[in-house]
Write a protein that binds this ligand. Sequence first.
Ligand code: UT7
Length: 342
Amino acid sequence: MKPAESDTSAPGTARLGRSVHIAGIGSYAPERVLTNQELEKMVDTTDEWILTRSGIRERHIAAPGQATSDLGVEAARAALADAGLAAGDVDLILVATASPDMLFPSTACQLQHKLGARKVAAFDLSAACSGFIYALEVGRQFVASGTHDTVLVVGADKLSAITDWTDRATCVLFGDAAGAAVLRHEPGRRGILSTHLGADGSQKEILNVPAGGSAMPATEQTVRDKMHFIRMSGREVFKLAVNAMLSAARGAVEKSGLALSDINCVIPHQANMRIIEAISDRLKVGMDRFHVNLQHYGNTSAASIPVALAEAVRMGKVKRGDNVLLVAFGGGLTWGSAVIHW
Ligand code: UT7
């Protein structure tokens, strides 16, 4: 094991090992855009309702035959290009997803093959909309420990495949996309300063896909009852989301040794504009310091944070030397946050 380096530990944390930074970031969204106006023709809803209740105007929908790994591999290629690396440089692949290609093999294995990566370890991680931050921390640990040098972390979801397109309460909210980050150590760069992860397994009833796993295997009846689609009690999720994201945000900032006033840009999970505004208000961090793109993507689950982060970097809203706060919330329930010195 390599010795710990002095440039690595963030003040106020007990982190061991090498510093880890995001050497490259990329995203991908399928070509097809589904607008609120089109949804008006599919279910009993209006553009006005969707916009005022969620902030969403349109979302991207994968083509038939395009699986989650196909979205992920595009984002992975973009992230590797951004890092100036090739598929052969990757020595571990993590995919966070709630809509895997199939129950097994993992989406990460499919992605490894499609990317043309070496036969390196590849596995999936399930934490719904918090999945990317969970995977970021898992990947960080591999690089920090010195066992791996280049870790590819992908957040990818094709929620359109598990959406009930006759349920107006959910089908207007989701979209398909993928985002990816390449994690590496570089002497002198601090990178990921802190993370804060949590879960509450007692709340599975308010957000889930009930059937298709071992608890409720697929039958003709489960298909008839639409048990293979996302079920959500929106109002209850909303309340818990605000509180969990607030405490996660505060937790990661405190562990990083920084203050909220030091944060240049917040990348929140892109589920609902009103959730983001409530967090901005309660943290007393102005909306001008948040990056929001849910108008164009909807809620893309594990892809939401890396897609928004990649966009913020492309737009120059996140620059070298900035302090960035990522904060997410999702089914599980799960929540997670990270502070990164970019
Ligand atoms: O990413 C994982 C975490 N997920 C989230 O963070 C989602 C959190 N929740 C939300 O974002 C919001 O709760 C929603 C956007 C899902 C819903 O907004 P809401 O203000 O909580 O509305 P609601 O569920 O309380 O529904 C209000 C009304 C209901 O009618 P009644 O009972 O008041 O007559 C719904 O039936 O709006 C109705 N409604 C709709 N109307 C038109 C529900 N969906 C629609 C729709 N179009 N698409």
